[in-house]
Design a protein around this ligand. Structure first.
Ligand code: AMP
Length: 317
């Protein structure tokens, strides 16, 4: 089958013009926000978007607003030409995929301003991302105040503020009808759904199941940084989540027991736990007994790579 590389748009005004011209032709627009280095998880979101909308915009942008200066922004993997080839292979005849690949969405007319380290943290604490460090003068942030706090928010205090802000910017530029998010980043998906509800964005948010490698490892752009040995040990995450789900389905309802099982499996594989939590699927609040739908969320380090994964347990009540 003949494949054609997608058109690439780098300018935000051009992106908005393209979207509006599609809209004026009566076409619906799907958006798949990504940071590139695409894998099958991303591509499953693209495929889903192609079935739900007439045209699909895949944004490829590594967002400095969600990285703190001590995190891995500078080493985040990229392969832009590889990404285009993968997207070309996904698009079948007649499907339209456009790539939005802006250079810097926080650079306003090239004007460099003072650093804005005033922060936005609650309690007066500084919350500084690579955007403030870059001194570009951006100072407007979107915060989903409760959902941003737990799970990944504990060890990554700027992360969800950066995600909510960049997704808002992308929504304003692309003006999509529907946007795809992976449940691999469960907290992110829930937080974006809440933001869209609370701020009345007219956009449908679709959550897509986790794509895994054959051996169970959740696909992630960061997996490329794992050594072969670390990758093998990292399988303890998905293995322990599956074991815990199994055990819950056999009647184990104590979250402490289930969490201990996961922790011992990951620590046994020399992983360093960031968190293991069992939370309500909607509120993301911790639960002690499984009585309704929960999700078990894990973040753990193998070497220098921080991996996240989760598994939903749906209980009939
Ligand atoms: P990222 O490029 O890591 O920011 O991810 C872009 C989108 O792809 C997010 O909505 C992620 O949740 C989603 N995604 C990443 N990995 C997976 C995966 N293994 N399965 C499903 N969706 C994923």
């Amino acid at each position: 089958m003949e494949t054609r590389e997608p058109e690439v748009i780098r300018d935000k005004e051009a992106m908005r013009r393209w979207s509006r011209s599609m809209r004026s032709q009566g076409k619906t627009i799907g958006l798949v926000p990504t940071m590139g280095f695409l894998h099958d998880g991303h591509l499953s979101l693209v495929r889903q978007s192609l079935t739900l909308s007439d045209v699909t915009v895949v944004s490829i942008y590594v967002n400095p607003g969600q990285f703190s200066p001590t995190e891995d922004l500078s080493t985040y993997p990229s392969d832009f030409s590889g990404d285009l080839a993968k997207l070309a292979a996904v698009s079948s005849s007649g499907s339209v995929i456009v790539v939005f690949n802006p250079k810097n969405l926080y650079d306003y007319d090239g004007v460099r301003n003072e650093k804005t380290n005033s922060g936005g943290g609650s309690g007066g604490g500084k919350v500084v991302s690579c955007v403030e460090e870059g001194g570009l003068g951006h100072e407007t942030w979107v915060r989903v105040e409760r959902l941003e706090k737990g799970l990944c928010g504990k060890s990554r205090p700027v992360f969800f503020r950066g995600v909510a802000t960049i997704v808002t910017k992308l929504f304003n530029i692309v003006e999509p009808d529907v946007a795809m998010f992976g449940k691999k980043d469960y907290q992110q998906w829930r937080l974006i759904k809440r933001m869209v509800r609370d701020l009345d964005f007219g956009i449908e948010i679709v959550g897509s199941d986790i794509a895994r490698e054959k051996d169970g490892l959740a696909m992630s752009s960061r997996n490329v940084h794992l050594s072969a040995e670390e990758r093998q040990r990292a399988l303890s995450i998905s293995r322990s989540l599956a074991m815990a789900k199994d055990s819950a389905q056999q009647g184990q309802t104590s979250c402490k027991e289930l969490k201990d099982m996961i922790i011992s499996e990951i620590v046994g594989a020399a992983g360093r736990i960031d968190y293991v939590e069992i939370v309500d699927q909607e509120t993301l609040e911790g639960v002690e007994q499984i009585e309704s739908g929960v999700v078990i969320c894990v973040a753990a380090w193998f070497g220098t790579v921080r991996l996240i994964d989760n598994i939903e347990i749906n209980v009939a009540v």
